[in-house]
Design a protein around this ligand. Structure first.
Ligand SMILES: [Ca+2]
Length: 186
């Protein structure tokens, strides 16, 4: 599902492109981040409780919670080049507040594509974990970290920290006699 709100955000972003992820550890609060939420949702940057310290938190309301809220940023993951790929990494957790079990998860959208959907959270929430999103190219990226909540009365907190983009050389598969033989069934 393509978040409708993201279309608006994309239109706002090109003039804000920045080199590398800015404030990926959220220690500067909202600096560098764009917020796009349904009405009654809250995005905030608590100074304590992240991984570590300050972090970005998207909160769905207790009533009529269905929808998506997001933190977005456009940045250059190095320079576009055939021989490089971008690795986006971040930490997240989901806190259960008052909700139907299994009614929320995070998603990662890059450009207009959803590239990752996390497991649906249960009443125990989801503890801090690291996610890695490999992209085939470096260059300009538009990243959205999304909390998606099902229709109903489902209050959740999605917490994000340590967002980074790393442009790396794409590994070249070494050609060996063993590989050639195995490819030819020898
Ligand atoms: Ca932090």
């Amino acid at each position: 599902m393509r978040p409708i709100a993201a279309v608006v955000l994309v239109a706002l972003l090109p003039s804000l492109a920045q080199a590398d992820v800015v404030n990926g550890d959220f220690e500067l609060g909202a600096t560098g981040w764009l917020i796009d939420n349904p009405q009654n949702w809250i995005t905030e940057f608590p100074t304590d409780g992240g991984n570590p310290t300050r972090y970005g938190r998207v909160r769905s309301p207790a009533l009529n919670s269905g929808g998506i809220g997001m933190l977005g940023q456009q940045f250059f993951c190095g320079q576009a080049d055939d021989s490089t790929g971008c690795r986006i990494t971040f930490d997240y957790k989901i806190d259960f507040l008052d909700a139907l079990t299994g009614s929320a998860r995070i998603q990662v959208q890059v450009g207009d594509e959803i590239l990752y959907t996390g497991p649906s959270a249960t009443t125990g929430g989801i503890l801090w974990r690291n996610v890695e999103i490999p992209l085939p190219t470096c260059g300009l990226k538009t990243l959205y970290l999304i909390l998606q909540v099902d229709d109903g009365n489902n209050a959740w907190w999605a917490c994000f920290d340590n967002v980074a983009g790393d442009c790396q050389a794409v590994p070249v598969e070494p050609i060996t006699w063993g590989l050639i033989k195995s490819r030819h069934g020898l």
